[in-house]
Ligand binder design. Structure first.
Ligand SMILES: Nc1ncnc2c1ncn2[C@@H]1O[C@H](COP(=O)(O)OP(=O)(O)OP(=O)(O)O)[C@@H](O)[C@H]1O
Ligand SMILES: [Mg+2]
Length: 472
């Protein structure tokens, strides 16, 4: 029986698995994008601050080439602030040639006790844009510009803002989170719908299989699907169920056929023997009766032997003795041997063989058995003199032997059943005695030799079977 523990439904299994993968993927994308956005924002703000510092540096030099801080400065600075998108205003310093702060916004007194950071260190720094530490240990970005006149540095403009302020980008982050969140939700919905769509027909097939296990072959698989693979699965399953139903109903019928075939000779033998025993027939007639009995016994014996051999074959007791032999020659011999034991003027066998030796490693007795079955069937299907053609030809993989008759043919609806054990055609079963084992047995033998036996074509004009034998 199936072990059910630790099994999850397809829907749950794949939905959780895919959603976890999706979320991990989106998280990685989120982190990378977040860092990139922060870096970009910081760069933009620092460039903007640089530009402001440069503008200020140009405006605070008077006509004498001296530093002059006019009242315009505060307004000018404040008008540009909104472009920075900062929550707090940056610190703004103007420093003279002696490295003394001559202007500070906010004024230095408001910054607590003493200056917040070492301005001299910033001035000594080689770069114009950089990072420094304030006295509370926090990181600050600085932007510095030299104030120049006639090629001399007469002071500096310095702008400072905490790192947190410079790198923050709230609205972009909100947008990113909303986007990734929507993507995760959308992904989950798509996967959920997809797996649900996939799981439903599979579940239908599993339910139908359970019905078949219970012996109910009339399964209900009416669902129409658009996907090719699923449609194929449903279609094949429906066909399989139909075929099983057909075989199941055939089984009882076929068994009745077999019983009938075995019973008929027994009944006739016992009737004949009884007649002789009761002296109803005497002399020459009695002898004739006993002769019929011997013939019937022989047929019965043949049928029982067929049945026993078929059975031992199907349970795997296959005895194959391969030899190296010339196949055209073997087929000729087999055809000849078969032909000479037939009643006179009942069969004509035509052979069509390549005019050369074709050595093969195979079992001659099994090949003979198969051909005898095919030839007997061909003869039984023919009216009057049975004309049979045997053609041998080489194929890519080995050799094929075609047995063609000019008989009545096999009705289309019976063609898929003739290799079923105990199946007998409607026309034949009332005419010739047999168990319906010839073809299935021959196919088993052909497969045991590594080849196959197929019905190539059949019409009212005749039937062709092809036996293929591999080269090795
Ligand atoms: N050459 C043929 N022409 C027409 N019908 C055929 C031919 N060969 C086989 N069949 C059909 O296929 C059925 C199955 O053949 P198969 O050889 O398995 O059984 P059988 O000949 O009826 O009985 P058995 O071979 O056991 O004596 C036959 O009953 C017949 O209806
Ligand atoms: Mg037969």
């Amino acid at each position: 029986m199936f072990t059910r523990h630790n099994r999850q439904s397809l829907l749950r299994y794949w939905t959780t698995r895919y959603v976890i993968t999706l979320c991990i993927g989106l998280l990685v994308i989120g982190i990378i994008s977040g860092l990139w956005i922060q870096y970009n924002e910081a760069e933009k703000r620092l460039n903007m601050m640089s530009l402001m510092a440069e503008e200020i540096a140009e405006r605070i030099v008077d006509t004498n080439g001296e530093l002059s801080i006019g009242p315009f400065l505060g307004g000018f600075f404040n008008r540009r602030l909104p472009f920075l998108h900062l929550e707090d205003k940056p610190l703004f310093f103007i420093i003279d040639q002696q490295k003394q702060v001559i202007f500070a916004d906010p004024p230095q007194g408001k910054m607590g006790d003493g200056p917040l950071m070492d301005i001299k260190m910033i001035l000594d720094d080689q770069t114009n844009i950089g990072k420094t530490e304030n006295k509370h240990g926090g990181n600050m970005f600085f932007v510095k510009r030299e104030v120049e006149t006639d090629g001399h540095t007469i002071g500096w403009v310095v702008l400072l803002s905490p790192e947190k302020e410079i790198t923050q980008s709230k609205s972009e982050m909100q947008l990113l989170i909303t986007l990734l969140g929507s993507l995760a939700l959308l992904g989950w919905i798509v996967i959920y719908l997809f797996v649900k769509k996939l799981a439903t027909p599979i579940k239908d097939v599993a339910d139908a299989a359970k019905q078949i296990v219970k012996g109910n072959y009339r399964v209900n698989l009416q669902r129409e699907v658009k996907e090719q693979e699923l449609a194929e699965l449903l279609e094949s399953f429906r066909n399989m169920a139909d075929r099983l139903a057909q075989l199941e109903s055939m089984r009882t019928e076929l068994l009745a056929g077999v019983t009938h075939e075995l019973k008929t000779p027994v009944t006739s033998i016992s009737g004949l023997v009884q007649a002789v025993k009761d002296d109803i027939v005497t002399g020459e007639e009695a002898k004739e009766f006993l002769e019929i009995c011997t013939k019937e016994t022989g047929k019965l014996q043949k049928m029982v032997e067929d049945l026993l051999e078929f059975n031992s074959f199907t349970v795997g007791n296959v005895r194959i003795r391969k030899e190296h032999l010339d196949l055209p020659q073997l087929i000729q011999e087999i055809a000849h041997q078969w032909e000479i034991v037939q009643d006179e003027n009942t069969v004509v066998v035509h052979l069509d063989m390549p005019d050369k030796t074709l050595m093969l490693h195979t079992d001659p007795l099994r090949v003979q058995q198969i051909l005898y079955n095919l030839l007997n069937n061909a003869k039984q299907a023919s009216k009057g003199i049975a004309e049979i053609n045997i053609r041998l030809y080489e194929t890519g993989q080995g050799i094929a032997i075609e047995v063609r008759d000019c008989g009545s043919g096999i009705p289309r609806e019976e063609q898929s059943l003739i290799f079923e054990k105990f199946f007998r055609g409607e026309a034949k079963k009332h005419k010739v005695r047999g168990l319906g084992l010839g073809l299935p047995f021959s196919r088993l033998l052909a497969q045991a030799l590594g080849g196959d036996l197929q019905l190539t074509e059949s019409s009212e004009k005749g039937t062709t079977f092809t036996l293929s034998i591999p080269a090795l």
